[in-house]
Design a protein around this ligand. Sequence first.
Ligand code: HEC
Ligand code: HEC
Ligand code: HEC
Length: 358
Amino acid sequence: MRLRAIVVITFTLIATISDLAGKGQTDKKVQNEHLTKKNPFARGDKSAFERGEYIYSRKCVKCHGEKGDGTGSILEGVKVPVFNNGYFSEKEDGHVFRIVEQGLPDTLMPSFGPGSDDILSAGDIWKLIVFMRRRFGEKIPYEYLAKKSPFARGDKSALERGEYIYSRKCVKCHGEKGDGAGSILKGVKMPVFNNGYFSEKEDGQVFWIVEHGLSGTLMPSYGPGSDDILSADDVWKVIVFMRTRFGEKIPYEYLAKKNPFARSDKSALGRGEYIYSRKCVKCHGEKGDGTGSILKGIKMPVFNKEYFSKKEDGYIFWIIEQGLPDTLMSSFGPGSAEVLSSDDIWKTIAFTHDKFGK
Ligand code: HEC
Ligand code: HEC
Ligand code: HEC
């Protein structure tokens, strides 16, 4: 009799637990769908930032405070989140979006989604997130975004000094390959410094992060007032090094290479045009800016006057020969599926430079 009762109870429990597990799974699914939502506004979008700031000051500041940590808020003694870099490096934009849209039941965090008393459009919620992430998370001032490195990419002595600093100060956490592998920090989410990373970030942003550190994370500050100060020049040099080693991965000697074909060489231009139309146009487009390409929604470089004034022919040669790891830009060098001779690569460069770079 007692045994029977235990068996029944056990079954009921199992049924309940698997019920709960099932519910957990659907909850997770809904949550995951939100997590993959991407913010349609770029982090550097100034007008989105300003609109977000306005909304925050009207709707959020009274509870979350000017500093995003709840200080000075009307909710004395109520636990509110601390919005800092740690918060924004852990939470996807989609997560924050969902909370603002739906609120947090049984807490004072109201809903701002459809059906609430105080509706914000989806666009406004995304703009709020742009604002909050930048103001409380990265806190990078605009003027930093525009800062340019005083050291050229091919500057060998800057590269060597940068490498030395990286090996002394950064490698223990960021690893030899710049992806955190082999680091002393086990289980900590680390950035992956690769071409994708450096094509999204301005040097000025990286400079700011190294100078200020990232609050709420293990990334220390190396700016004035920190325990381990690097001069501004040294910070720039470590960035030149990281960009070259982990991003473009260009060997020094390539940057100095010169195109053996002049842009007045009609036959070279003709051959280059032929190759571009056969091998490149489908992705880079007729205008060299990616429009009309088969790749929808992928950020493409714009080959124009500015592009060719910034990038050395040797750099472009290297990219065509090696491709860009972790992107759709494949390699056309020896050993690749679609080998172009060195001469053909130079001719393609002469053509694109002549056609798009005027
Ligand atoms: C009436 C006060 C109040 C207002 C107004 C308010 N919040 Fe909140 N919010 C809270 C409280 C309290 C919490 C913490 C709830 C908890 O977890 O206990 C919270 C939590 C949050 C969280 C969740 C943090 C996390 O991941 O745990 C986000 C995001 C957030 N608020 C954003 C906003 C934004 C954006 C606005 C303005 C559009 C806003 N809140 C307006 C009180 C408020
Ligand atoms: C004690 C470990 C540690 C050391 C030392 C360290 N970092 Fe970091 N760094 C981190 C962690 C952890 C993160 C990720 C923080 C986050 O977003 O959660 C990070 C993030 C960064 C980022 C920002 C990546 C992004 O999200 O855009 C940059 C840039 C960076 N580190 C550069 C450096 C440089 C350069 C050095 C050496 C001068 C250095 N770090 C030294 C731990 C470290
Ligand atoms: C399958 C599509 C595809 C093809 C084919 C292709 N590219 Fe690309 N290419 C890309 C993408 C995508 C990028 C941007 C990668 C990134 O930085 O995220 C790129 C980047 C580049 C860049 C680097 C721009 C920069 O400075 O960041 C150069 C130069 C380039 N391509 C030249 C060529 C040439 C020349 C050809 C033809 C021989 C070619 N590509 C063929 C997709 C393609």
